[in-house]
Design a protein around this ligand. Structure first.
Ligand SMILES: *Cc1c(COP(=O)(O)O)cnc(C)c1O
Length: 426
């Protein structure tokens, strides 16, 4: 059996059919914006390995931090113990996130961060005299992860609610904000989507929280919407005693051209989920941040303790990697990096607008999307990668890139060419 045959026979891959596995490349090593296959082919990672590899693969500042930590304290339980990597990372996170978010819960992955956020909301409501508030409202086309509670607030169509009907909690869905980022805001609530949210809040007295991805919906359709929706949603949530939960697992750490998408507004969420790019893509890590009101509400109620605590909570290797990645963000001037990537992608992808098979082209910070009229197969893109020298993995109707911030102009041009080639070939 070759190694690839072993892989196909025994290893699950994300969202794949084990009986009919798609094509798979065997990656030998990676450096900078690219990885190298077993036959020596180098491919630019146009996906930043699912949006996390900000400063490039095997970044020496991050691997150096992990190595140093590995030789001192690879792991220790967080129950009754703490360590400098967790404390120092915490200080950095407090300095960069919305001021009211003063409490940090470290966890292993984005989905777990969402589980923790939703559990915090329910436990806060319970502890502050609202045990009936156990449900959630969210917007359609969202994506929040693959664990059960996170899945319950993923888009009901693409999130496979049908398949898991009966096993999945039934939450309330309102339409996604219909007014796009950059369009004129319309005050009429029937047209700006807030009417549906208001009605959901007024008719469901059992809501604990409103969960959504601010400004950019990622996996649910790469959709960019108007910040005014969030501003007014904040006021509606306050009026109805519902916590506002932002999932910035995809948008955090500069990806949208702002450090956090929340910065498109002047409001702050009650709970914020971070993940993906937190360690610059070098090791799994995430966190859930909240304000003193929520944290102290839980602490001052019964049972007082927050009922969550993963084995690898605040893993020192992950904290060290995250610290190093956040240092690089500042050192590398992420604003200049994303501004230049945005300008170049906007320019180079403009010709795609003229293709009849293209529905829309949109670019924001380090995100560029060519939305097709029809759905695109990831396997088809896979087949073109060796020709274009760029690894892309489209989903639904979207051909897109979220390139590493350290890409050179030449690498961005290659990514643009690969996106256009894929769009033209369809
Ligand atoms: C990827 C993602 C998640 C899930 O994170 P995992 O680390 O894959 O569990 C949750 N929310 C959003 C917005 C994401 O993009």
């Amino acid at each position: 059996m070759t190694p690839l045959e072993f892989d196909q026979r025994h290893l699950w891959h994300p969202y794949t059919n084990v009986v009919k596995p798609g094509p798979t490349f065997r990656v030998r090593e990676a450096e900078g914006a690219s990885f190298t296959l077993d036959d020596g082919t180098r491919l630019i990672d146009g996906m930043s390995s699912w949006w996390c590899m900000l400063h490039g693969h095997r970044n020496p500042h991050i691997t150096g931090a992990i190595h140093a930590q590995l030789d001192r304290l690879p792991h220790v339980m967080f129950g009754g113990l703490t360590h400098d990597p967790a404390i120092e990372l915490g200080q950095m996170l407090l300095d960069m996130t919305p001021a009211s978010l003063q409490r940090i819960f470290y966890c292993d992955s984005g989905s777990v961060a969402v589980e923790v956020a939703m559990k915090m909301a329910v436990q806060f409501q319970h502890a502050t005299g609202h045990p009936e508030r156990q449900k959630f409202v969210t917007i359609k086309s969202g994506y929040h992860g693959d664990t059960w509670k996170a899945m319950s607030v993923c888009d009901p169509d693409t999130g496979m609610h049908h398949l898991f009907k009966g096993a999945l909690a039934v939450e309330t869905f309102v339409p996604k904000p219909p007014i796009r980022l950059g369009q004129d805001w319309i005050e009429d609530e029937a047209q700006n989507g807030l009417g549906a949210l208001r009605e959901a809040l007024e008719t469901n007295p059992n809501l604990a929280g409103f969960v959504l991805e601010p400004i950019v919906q990622g996996t649910g359709g790469m959709y960019f919407y108007h910040p005014e929706y969030l501003k007014q949603a904040r006021a509606l949530c306050d009026a109805h005693g519902v916590l506002l939960i932002f999932d910035e697992i995809a948008t955090g750490f500069g990806r949208t051209g702002k450090l956090f998408a929340t910065e498109f507004t002047n409001i702050e969420p009650d709970i914020l989920c971070l993940g993906k790019a937190l360690t610059g893509g070098h090791i799994s890590f995430a966190c859930t941040m909240t304000n003193d009101r929520v944290a102290e509400g839980i602490g001052n109620g019964a049972p007082g303790v927050f009922m969550h605590g993963p084995t690898f909570m605040a893993n020192p290797l992950a904290c060290a990697a995250a610290k190093a990645s956040l240092e690089l963000l500042a050192q590398n001037n992420w604003q200049a990096q994303t501004a230049s990537i945005e300008a170049q992608l906007r320019d180079e992808l403009a010709p795609a607008r003229d293709l009849p098979q293209v529905a829309d082209v949109r670019v924001l910070g380090g995100i560029a999307v060519i939305e097709m009229q029809h759905s695109v197969s990831a396997d088809h893109a896979h087949g073109l990668a060796r020709d274009t020298g760029v690894y892309l993995r489209p989903f639904g109707r979207n051909i897109y890139t979220m390139p590493p911030f350290i890409c050179t102009q030449d690498e961005i041009s290659k990514i643009s060419a690969a996106l256009l080639h894929l769009a033209e070939a369809l």
